[in-house]
Design a protein around this ligand. Structure first.
Ligand SMILES: [Fe+2]
Length: 387
């Protein structure tokens, strides 16, 4: 995922006998991707990491279901109007749009997770619209704040600890085929290239804190779109050290280095992460196109292979109106889309945009859920009609 790092105590080679000063043996846990061929990390536990007994699944968030639609239409969902049931991140996420590659959801948690969670179905990518806190995992503590992307790799045991008094609003993207940094941003030895839109220094990694016992013995595992409960024999955070390239990380959207062209550049220049069947792009404040006769407004287009999703972190989005903070738009393939009436016509001469948004281009049809349809702006498709 990112470059190899090492924290705490690790032996000189993997799979060697490794003991505490007391003589007790430490236990390896190898966390591998792509079978044994992909990126991996090796974590060293004080106790056997594979002791968990099945129990009731007392937690779990909403799983996506299709809300049948009579028309193929451009849609707009107001995420901040979703019923705020509150509760823990593990319980309160609402699914909104999904297909075989991604599940987009929205969460407004009000309390910290009371159990540990392993998502064995998907890498998770969050965009923190509001709120702050700590992702606590066996890799250490990772603080997050508004404007952060937070990536939690598949299989990472973790829980969220919310900052006191902090109102939370998170976009979540479950990436069922994984998510990571585009290969074309890396050089032959894996470094981020000097013309990538970010550098290694922009990413925040977990702060290793050593063995921790929070007294929590509950674990919830999501596998095959179902939740399963376990009772742990001891704290799973009994880690004395680890190294590897698989771990959660944060990337602040404000660190994304946008590109600007003589004339309008297409969305791939904003690509931040790549998932199976999807790209995740960051639209950030930037100067606009500098040809003296440029029209800096996005042109109407038919992108015939992908559905487009935009999540608006603020309402200053030049080509769209009627949207605001927390809006989620879905423009399906099959019908062209473009700017609202007036935006294309009024854009020439504009030199700057203050937009802040997360965009996904997703292969294959996305389906809206009943939760999404309940907060749909029913006038959105018609709002593109010239008056
Ligand atoms: Fe588009």
């Amino acid at each position: 995922m990112l470059e190899r790092v090492s924290f705490g105590r690790v032996p000189p080679k993997p799979h060697l006998v490794f003991r505490a000063d007391s003589g007790a043996l430490y236990y390896e846990e190898c966390i591998t991707r792509g079978g044994f061929d992909g990126a991996f990390s090796i974590v060293y536990h004080q106790q056997r990491p594979h002791e968990a007994e099945p129990g009731p699944a007392e937690h779990g968030f909403g799983l996506p279901q299709v809300a049948p639609a009579a028309t193929l239409a451009r849609r707009h969902f107001r995420c901040l109007e979703l019923p705020n049931t509150g509760g823990a991140p593990l319980d309160c996420r609402a699914p909104l749009l999904f297909n075989e590659h991604v599940v987009l959801g929205f969460a407004r948690p009000t309390s910290s997770d009371p159990a540990y969670f392993v998502n064995a179905d998907a890498d998770e990518l969050y965009f923190i619209l509001r709120g702050s806190g700590t992702l606590r995992s066996l890799f250490g503590d990772l603080a997050f704040q508004p404007g952060d992307y937070l990536c939690v790799p598949k299989g990472t045991l973790h829980r969220f600890e919310l900052a006191a008094g902090s109102e939370q609003a998170w976009l979540s993207i479950e990436c069922l085929g994984g998510v990571g940094i585009p290969v074309h941003y890396r050089n032959a030895v894996g470094q981020l290239k000097m013309d990538a839109p970010y550098s290694h220094r922009d990413f925040r990694r977990p702060e290793f804190v050593g063995p921790v016992d929070e007294g929590i013995r509950k674990l919830v595992v999501k596998r095959g779109q179902a939740f399963f409960g376990y009772r742990l024999a001891h704290t799973p955070l009994d880690v004395v050290g680890w190294d590897g390239a698989v771990y959660p990380f944060v990337f602040p959207i404000s660190a994304f280095q946008p590109r600007v062209g003589q004339v309008h550049l297409p969305p791939p220049v904003h690509t931040t992460f790549e998932a199976r069947g999807a790209v995740i792009c960051s639209f950030v404040p930037r100067p606009l196109d500098f040809h003296p006769n440029a029209n800096p407004c996005p042109y109407p287009h038919s992108s015939v292979d992908v559905d487009e999703v935009l999540f608006y972190a603020n309402g200053a989005f030049a080509s769209r109106r009627g949207i605001g903070e927390g809006s989620l738009s879905h423009h399906p393939a099959g019908i062209p889309h473009g700017p609202h009436p007036g935006a294309y016509e009024n854009a020439p001469g504009q030199t700057r945009t203050d937009e802040l948004a997360v965009m996904l281009d997703v292969s294959g049809a996305l389906f809206a859920t009943p939760e999404a349809r309940a907060v749909e702006d029913g006038q959105y498709h018609a709002s593109f009609r010239a008056q």
